[in-house]
Design a protein around this ligand. Structure first.
Ligand SMILES: CC(=O)N[C@H]1[C@@H](OP(=O)(O)OP(=O)(O)OC[C@H]2O[C@@H](n3ccc(=O)[nH]c3=O)[C@H](O)[C@@H]2O)O[C@H](CO)[C@@H](O)[C@@H]1O
Length: 342
């Protein structure tokens, strides 16, 4: 017999969706009925539409509010209000008493509905070092807030999928370097990779390169022109395989990617997305940098020399120490707290 219905909401980009995915997996393993509420815009639909671990899925036509002009903001807020009413109806229909939000605009309506409906509890997972706008507004109403960066959080480890820990290995030498641009890809990282590729190639180092859907063709053509046989792709569902193969990564510092690399013991050179809200990608990586566990450079003063210095680091030492930066059972521990909360 299936247990209670639990709502998981949020997404928009891969970082939020990966965390939602980890919660859905564990809830499903524990026999709970999972209801997912996301947006029909962004990546939610592509990620979960065919997912048979989820018993009910709702992709609402919602968009972000924060970066809109005045009138756009008003329309988006009115839209969120009407979708909030729709979510309240869903909660009554399926007798929902617990809602887990991983944030992002696609979580807004379901989160507000959990606050407005009596006998419904809200649990929030904030992924970043600086809180997103929605979580800032709604966390005061949450029964519990979880975050790797908050002193108050009962569980500080990030909910990374177990497979990144299972396949972890301590790197001892650099045979393969990977370039990762976050779920959307990053032109700045693509251009940097193409700059350093000839030297990496001459050192006999293999290149893995996630260029993003939109820039893939250009990047691939550039490698062909350079006559370098790199493993280039736009986006892969098998990200773990690429992480596992790499001995060193150059990457954006979105929270999910950052902790996945820690879990896998992969030393990294982070180039944060400079336009992230409150510069949160920089602060995500700064926490690791202060412990000597990563390299960190601003996109505005990217330096090839610094990069080549980094790949000559004591990789074994960093990789070994990454092992202690995160523990593997955060998903389970967070859900223990949520599910036993009265
Ligand atoms: C531009 C922007 O606002 N980015 C935010 C977004 O980033 P974004 O979604 O890029 O951030 P993350 O790095 O957190 O997550 C990317 C996720 O996509 C997966 N992946 C990546 C490449 C690939 O080919 N296949 C694949 O599956 C990775 O495993 C990872 O789990 O959400 C993050 C989490 O809130 C934030 O920290 C970022 O700042």
């Amino acid at each position: 017999m299936k247990k209670d219905n639990i709502v998981v909401t949020g997404g928009g980009t891969g970082g939020h969706l990966k965390v939602a995915d980890s919660f859905i997996e564990e809830l499903n393993n524990r026999g709970y009925n999972v209801i997912y509420i996301g947006s029909s815009n962004g990546q939610d639909k592509a990620w979960f539409e065919e997912d048979n671990r989820i018993s009910q899925k709702f992709f609402l036509d919602t968009k972000g509010v924060v970066n809109k002009k005045f009138l756009g903001k008003i329309f988006s807020l009115l839209n969120i209000f009407s979708k909030t009413l729709q979510c309240i109806k869903i909660y009554y229909k399926f007798n929902v008493k617990k809602v887990i939000s991983v944030g992002g605009y696609s979580a807004a309506a379901a989160t507000f509905a959990s606050i407005l409906k009596p006998n419904c509890k809200l649990y929030i997972h904030e992924q970043n070092s600086k809180m997103g706008k929605l979580n800032e507004v709604t966390s005061k109403f949450a029964s519990k807030l979880f975050s790797s960066f908050s002193e108050e959080s009962m569980i500080k480890d990030y909910p990374v999928s177990k497979e990144f820990f299972d396949k972890a290995r301590v790197r001892t030498e650099i045979k393969t370097v990977a370039f990762f641009g976050g779920s959307q890809g990053a032109i700045a990282i693509n251009d940097f990779a193409l700059k350093v590729a000839p030297k990496l190639n001459s050192l006999g180092i293999k290149i893995i390169h996630q260029a993003g859907k939109n820039d893939y063709e250009r990047v691939k053509a550039q490698y062909d022109k350079l006559n370098i046989n790199a493993d280039v792709f736009g986006f892969t569902k098998d990200f773990l395989l690429k992480v596992q193969e790499a001995d060193f990564a150059v990457s954006r510092a979105g929270a999910s990617t950052l902790w996945e690399m820690c879990a896998n013991c992969l030393p990294s050179f982070f180039i944060p997305y400079p336009y992230a809200a409150k510069d949160h990608q920089f602060y995500n990586a700064k926490v690791l940098k202060e412990k000597g566990l990563c390299f960190l450079q601003r996109e505005s003063n990217l330096d090839e020399e610094e990069f080549f210095k980094a790949i000559n680091c004591d990789i074994k030492n960093i990789s070994t120490n990454l092992k202690n930066s995160i523990k593997p059972d955060a998903v389970s521990k967070i859900l223990d707290i949520v599910l036993h909360d009265k």
